[in-house]
Ligand binder design. Structure first.
Ligand code: ZN
Length: 462
């Protein structure tokens, strides 16, 4: 089965050029100025359209158990929503339970995806509890196809690790050539601020942001960078949200630390004022780190353009606003009495490409959404690039198509959109996964279980 895409403009991380592109047996087979179809070739006219590699979202939480509930998108609904937005690969986080093995976490997350995944996926390993068994398992991670280890410096009493654990994992990561990923916030100080607010009766959603000041993210980012520098490991800071953290990363990179960073689409649009909305509506915007200021939004946009940040992801982790009814999982309502009980996370996996298209020059847009995430997380050149032999994960993008984001039309399994009413220009018309057409306009053509697990290679340092 061959499909020929004629007359389109290929957008890559290096630039844009007019070419025809032929796919065969699920791979990109040929790219040339003119390719003549044979009788058996299906031809897709791409006049006025862009061809991009399928998006790679390296930060999602499908089917994530949190206290009292789970995120509302699983590997089927979340993957389908991602595909509608032009994303064909994601990396989710397997999370070690306290006292559990990494192997058990890996198997639990593979089981969630089994028979459900609709786009290709890999896993990071989140370490919450280090002991001798786990240290030995870290040396074996590569055999499971996992080359990145995540640690959280926040969420005290739950998944947070102390500096001793963080530093030891960094040393082991350096030894085994694994990438360390850190959620950087000072969890000790945050836990105290949360307790103070609750004791004062300050329990509304807005106190979520006030209990997690930007300076505590900047401090933890600087600390993680310093520890990584000494341990000699490569570090990737997830969901950077504020100027102080961007500056810490910039200065570490300048002095030669192998450090990289991402931000997420919500931090490029929204600010902490969203949490002030009345009638508990602010809970819709509760995520960690929290939304910041309009100034931070501008700093993050600039950092993504100038290369200080290498990746745009989503940290997609949706919860129903009105959960616990009509067969829904419990959701944000769990925190009506206190902001500390609001499940943390927002829905955004579907909107990343559409909402970042207008913010970045086209090749930079493909770089941060597709190519660089694939390179940093050991998926390149199979994913994230329009090159011969790569998987035929393709997005046919109509740069003129305009629309309005709304919960009424999105495909994420959640009853609200944090981007409700925002307009966009440019959207996917066709999405292919390994040569198979899975999204055609508003039509879903994929099937549960078609997504494959990806064994990842060593990270590149960008
Ligand atoms: Zn996350």
């Amino acid at each position: 089965m061959q499909t020929l895409f004629k007359n389109g403009t290929l957008i890559t991380a290096e630039g844009a050029y007019r070419a025809d592109l032929l796919i065969a047996d699920g791979k990109i087979a040929q790219i040339a100025a003119q390719i003549a179809p044979t009788a058996a070739t299906e031809v897709v006219d791409c006049t006025g359209r862009w061809l991009l590699p399928g998006g790679v979202d390296v930060h999602t939480h499908f089917d994530l158990p949190v206290s009292g509930t789970r995120s509302s998108d699983d590997f089927f609904s979340g993957g389908r929503a991602a595909a509608f937005g032009g994303t064909t690969t994601h990396i989710d986080f397997a999370i070690q339970s306290k006292g559990g093995t990494l192997r058990a976490a890996y198997e639990a997350w593979r089981a969630k995806a089994e028979g459900r995944a609709v786009i290709d996926y890999g896993l990071h390993m989140t370490i919450t509890d280090l002991n001798e068994t786990v240290e030995a398992e870290i040396a074996q991670m590569r055999d499971l196809g996992i080359t990145s280890l995540k640690l959280l410096m926040a969420y005290k009493g739950s998944v947070m690790v102390d500096d001793a654990t963080l530093f030891r994992v960094m040393q082991l990561a350096a030894q085994h050539d694994l990438l360390v990923m850190t959620h950087c916030e000072n969890g000790d100080a945050i836990a105290q601020l949360q307790a103070d607010f609750v004791a004062q009766g300050k329990v509304a959603p807005r106190y979520h942001a006030l209990s997690r000041p930007a300076v505590l993210e900047a401090e933890a980012t600087g600390r993680a960078l310093a520890l990584a520098e000494v341990a000699g490991c490569a570090l990737y800071v997830v969901h950077i949200t504020c100027e102080g953290a961007v500056e810490a990363l910039r200065s570490a990179r300048k002095r030669g630390v192998r450090a990289m960073g991402e931000t997420c689409i919500q931090y490029l649009y929204l600010t902490a004022e969203a949490l002030d909305q009345p009638d508990f509506e602010g809970a819709k915007y509760v995520c960690s780190p929290p939304l910041r200021t309009a100034h931070d939004v501008q700093v993050l946009r600039a950092a993504l353009s100038d290369g200080t940040l290498q990746v745009l992801s989503t940290d997609h982790c949706p919860f129903w606003f009105a959960g616990g009814v009509e067969g829904r999982l419990a959701g944000k309502e769990l925190g009506r009495d206190a902001f500390t009980k609001i499940p943390n996370g927002v829905p955004s996996v579907e909107e990343r490409l559409k909402l970042s298209a207008g913010l970045l020059e086209a090749s930079r847009w493909v770089a941060v959404n597709c190519t660089q995430p694939a390179r940093i997380f050991g998926l390149y050149p199979r994913k994230g690039a329009l090159v011969i032999g790569a998987d035929a994960d393709l997005v046919i993008w109509n740069p003129q198509k305009e629309g309005v984001i709304s919960a009424r039309t999105h495909h994420m399994q959640v009853d609200y959109s944090i981007f409700e009413g925002l307009t966009y220009r440019g959207a996917p018309e066709r999405v292919y996964l390994r040569g198979k057409l899975i999204v055609l306009g508003d039509q879903w053509l994929g099937e549960a279980g078609q997504g494959e697990y990806l064994h990842r290679n060593t990270s590149a340092w960008l």
